[in-house]
Design a protein around this ligand. Structure first.
Ligand code: SAH
Ligand code: SF4
Ligand code: F3S
Length: 436
């Protein structure tokens, strides 16, 4: 038998790309590829890309530039670009980087085996369709290899919201939910292979409608899967947080008390210009209902500063919203102009001013994050241990609130949930000791 071919995949962007990269590796497994951790010895290099901000997209071209020498040294090396840049730029990628053999969009990667065949015959392969068929159903069932304690599972894709700044509706297409029974089967299979925590993924995961009870209905079905200890989901849109999902946060033990609920801005004027379709007061009211259901829930968010037309007052409204809500964790970005989006047509803001605002916002968010972490000291939390720590005898895992936790523990505890007492908050993790 010939040696397996080696596949190097580099993943950018959101968790959905992480999930897609796993599935692409599986799809190419049937073509005789096994994954390798470095591009040096690869027979195929695949970049799974992100188009959300300009920097993310430009990074791909500089990364491709790095591989030019590889191709000179090994002419039959195959180079592919997948993901959202592939979808957005298609053929343009091959024009800018002629050494690229294959371009595949996020909805077409079940067709990778045929595309790889075409490239082997010396052809170029491009597929950025939004096909009728569901890629998930065309992928072979997943191999039975053992897995770590945590896994992502995509349940919903695409977006119909068309926020004025965002490329996702164009790169990922319309909202589509996978049928619940297939998801349950995939979850059971993951659990059989050692997974104890599943994070359900979707660009608008709480708009999931593959179950008559919506995302909450799916969560309650997953709650019945034996051996599955924890359920999380991301990313949610405020307008799709229905009462059943809020209630599940109060009553479903497996559903973890952590919620990523981006608001983007605290200014009604900017929210409207962004086409977010809710006001700041509506966001406050929603947070109140969520905290009534689960008072200790750790809230996370996304923010954009420097959206076209953002005034000092608009920005102060964002700062005020952050102070009032108090986020345990958050991501914040300077607005990036994306070609083809409505906001790109508007007069753009002064870059220096946007940078200054971003720093101020990040300082405040950091303070809140540190306070949340320090607030854990002296408390007992439950940790799902995922792997060995850097120091001997130490394991690393996540608390219910998604804080990274280190503790002295036996290796046999990897993949189990343990009660620990938090002793100290460090920069990016909590230090704890086992209880009992
Ligand atoms: N579906 C999710 C977000 C997906 S994109 C939601 O609606 O919240 C992830 C984050 O990237 C967004 O929440 C937003 O904060 C940021 N983002 C998206 N487009 C951007 C742009 N053009 N410039 C800067 N940040 C952007
Ligand atoms: Fe983008 Fe808005 Fe859709 Fe989120 S809801 S993916 S920010 S368009
Ligand atoms: Fe990026 Fe596409 Fe995800 S643009 S954030 S990889 S959906």
């Amino acid at each position: 038998m010939s040696d397996p071919k080696k596949l190097f995949i580099k993943t950018y962007g959101c968790q959905m790309n992480v999930y897609d990269s796993e599935r692409m590796a599986e799809a190419l497994g049937g073509q005789g590829y096994v994954e390798t951790k470095t591009p040096d010895d690869a027979d195929m290099i695949l970049l799974n890309t992100c188009h959300i901000r300009e920097k993310a997209a430009e990074k791909i071209y500089s990364e491709l530039g790095r591989y030019r020498g590889f191709k000179d040294a090994k002419p039959d090396l195959k180079i592919g670009v997948a993901g959202c840049v592939a979808q957005a730029e298609g053929e343009e990628i091959m024009r800018r980087q002629p050494m690229v053999d294959l371009v595949v969009g996020p909805q077409s990667y079940h067709r990778l085996p045929e595309m790889e065949d075409a490239v082997s015959r010396g052809e170029k392969a491009l597929d950025t369709d939004f096909p009728e068929e569901d890629k998930f159903e065309h992928l072979k069932s997943r191999p039975k290899a053992a897995r770590g304690a945590t896994a992502f599972l995509t349940v919903q894709e695409g977006c119909d919201k068309f926020c004025a700044f965002c490329v996702v509706p164009y790169t990922r297409g319309a909202e589509l939910s996978r049928p619940a029974d297939r998801i349950i089967r995939e979850a059971q299979d993951l659990v059989e292979r050692g997974v104890r925590e599943i994070t359900l993924l979707g660009q608008n995961v709480n708009a999931y409608h593959g179950h008559e009870g919506g995302l909450a209905g799916l969560i309650w079905d997953l709650d019945k899967v034996d051996g599955l200890k924890r359920i999380r989901f991301t990313t949610s849109h405020p307008n799709d947080m229905d009462q059943a999902l809020i209630d599940a946060h109060g009553t479903c033990d497996k559903l973890m008390p952590y919620l990523h609920l981006p608001v983007q801005s605290g200014s009604d004027r900017i929210l409207k210009a962004m086409n977010r379709k809710h006001t700041r007061e509506e966001y406050f009211a929603l947070i109140e209902r969520i905290r009534a259901a689960r008072p200790d829930l750790l809230l996370s968010g996304d923010f954009i500063v420097g959206f076209p037309g953002e005034t000092d007052q608009d920005f102060e409204d964002t700062m005020d919203l952050v102070r009032r809500v108090n986020f345990g964790q958050a991501y914040s970005f300077k607005y990036s102009t994306r070609p083809g989006t409505p906001a790109a047509e508007k007069p753009q803001m002064d870059d220096g001013l946007a940078t200054e605002r971003l720093h101020r916002l990040q300082e405040l968010l950091k303070e809140q994050q540190v306070a949340a972490q320090e607030g854990m000291v002296g408390r007992d939390v439950r940790v799902l241990f995922e792997k060995k720590g850097r120091e001997a005898g130490q394991l690393i895992g996540k608390s219910e609130y998604l804080h990274a936790v280190h503790a002295e523990a036996d290796d046999a505890m990897i993949g189990t949930v343990q009660k620990v007492h938090v002793i100290e908050a460090r920069t990016n993790s909590l230090h704890a000791r086992l209880v009992g």
